[in-house]
Design a protein around this ligand. Sequence first.
Ligand code: B16
Ligand code: MG
Length: 215
Amino acid sequence: MVKGLIFDLDGVIVDTARYHYLAWKKLAGEIGISIDEKFNQSLKGISRTESLDKILIHGDKGNIYSSDERNVLAMRKNEYYLELLGRVSPNDILPGVLELITKANEYNIPCAIASASQNAPEILKKLDIINYFKAIVDPTTLKKGKPDPDIFLKAAELIHVYPQYCIGFEDAAAGIQALKKANIYSIGVIAEGPLPEADQVVHSLSEIDLDLLFK
Ligand code: B16
Ligand code: MG
């Protein structure tokens, strides 16, 4: 029986991957690195600093920048990203999300956000759905990001539900692995590549049978 729902953000609730891509592309271009949409797929679900590291390695510049310089680059990318986020509105909520969180709230099933994004609270405010969530994990408080299970275990702890009674929704392979390690039933939301490790897969949350889920 389900007692708690834990959601990834980007790719599950809203598709901000395009904005991450445009912001990284601009930053990378400024330091002489070219990235394409295919490469951007490998940045899904991983943190800002890990994404920057991958981009630098991809451009053969893995050893050029000090840690302070990397921080400046990551902050600059975030400024570009925040500019693009100005366009986000409730119209961008992905299909099925509002129905699912509304029903969960009706049934007093707590919902949490387990996203690698430090911008999650800001994005949820822009989507006008922040009040549906009892907890938002702050990814900066964790030692390790996905595929380690910490972020999902923390989310379960914050909503006071044992992991085995939670369901997690994720679009990235690293997130599905994290859910498995956390002993949380995983529903993979497929946009591009398959998610063979997920317990169940859907193409959008609108495919979820709410009566079955909350019975
Ligand atoms: P920020 P998720 C992730 O969101 C994105 O998929 C990933 O591309 C991004 O690098 C990460 O958030 C960090 O985002 O720069 O806003 O802190 O899928 O974990 O919701
Ligand atoms: Mg995601």
